[in-house]
Design a protein. Structure first.
Length: 288
């Protein structure tokens, strides 16, 4: 029996992943190296190990070898816990980023450490977001974030930022606090960009007061594959009977859904509320 393959989804996964890998590698050889920064995640740990061996032992270790060794165990865990497609594509991104980082020549754009921290962080966050939006990742701590988002329905990016701080403490003690502190700016900027661009795991609650509940529900189901709860309501001013639909969707779906609901019922009253915590079954689209 042949497996059904969504070629459009797989093409998106490859294109977004390749773009993310190239941007990450170029960012390391332009902004990160020029500023002596540590970008967070396993890339940052790899750079820290490289620097330690070079400074204290006089040994130049290749980026590829260290990064692949660090990612070996998380890749195996991810393969079992999340899915084959996601893990294989992520492994390809890890390898490509590592190899490109070793072969791309060092080309600093600026020596201003603050500019490096801000714009390097922007590029790093954009590259990570591209991978995630394509249905893959750059590996390492991305595996951890995806695992908790997919299996536990929790956003742990800020905890990852805290974990990266431990790496920076080591870097600060060994190589000076100025680079470590600027790396915090880099990592914070990167994390905020990811929060802003990657919205698949953020939830929003919709309260829709409408005279066309069937048509509105159909739009909810077609856009999100979620159901909804219908309440009988009465307008206090007009004393007329209305219907109110309640549903929880992702932030990305909410934007599309509001437009679709407005077409189904131009007079609908729509209230969208940010949802920070959700308990119970929630359908999450996956293609891992």
């Amino acid at each position: 029996m042949k497996a059904n393959i969504d070629y459009k989804t797989e093409a998106k996964r490859v294109v977004f992943g390749l773009a993310g890998a190239i941007i990450m590698a170029v960012n390391i050889k332009t902004f990160v190296r020029a500023g002596g920064l540590y970008p967070g995640g396993f890339n940052g740990v790899t750079l820290l190990i490289q620097t330690i061996f070079e400074r204290f032992l006089g040994i130049a270790l290749p980026f590829t070898v260290i990064n692949l060794l660090l990612n070996a165990i998380p890749t195996i865990v991810c393969f079992k816990a999340i899915g084959k497609k996601f893990t294989v594509s992520s492994a390809m991104i890890i390898v490509l980023t590592s190899v490109l980082t070793d072969i791309i020549p060092y080309q600093p754009i600026t020596q201003d450490i603050l500019l490096i921290s801000v714009f390097g962080g922007l590029l790093n966050g954009f590259a990570v977001s591209l991978c995630l939006m394509g249905g893959t990742s750059g590996g390492g701590t991305d595996f951890i974030a995806i695992y908790f988002a997919e299996k536990k329905n929790k956003d742990v990016w800020n905890f990852i930022l805290l974990g990266n701080g431990c790496v920076l403490v080591i870097a600060g003690i060994l190589f000076g606090w100025d680079k470590a502190l600027y790396s915090i700016i880099f990592q914070f900027t990167s994390t905020q960009i990811i929060h802003m661009l990657h919205t698949a795991y953020k939830k929003e609650t919709l309260f829709i007061v409408t005279d066309c509940p069937d048509a509105v529900y159909q739009e909810i189901y077609e856009v999100t594959n979620h159901s909804a709860t219908e309440f009988a309501a009465t307008g206090c001013y007009s004393n007329e009977g209305r219907k109110m639909l309640y549903s929880v969707v992702s932030s990305a779906e909410a934007k599309v859904l509001v437009s679709r609901v407005r077409k189904a019922d131009p007079k609908a009253f729509i209230n969208v509320i940010k949802t920070d915590f959700l308990e119970g079954h929630f359908y999450q689209k996956t293609d891992y």
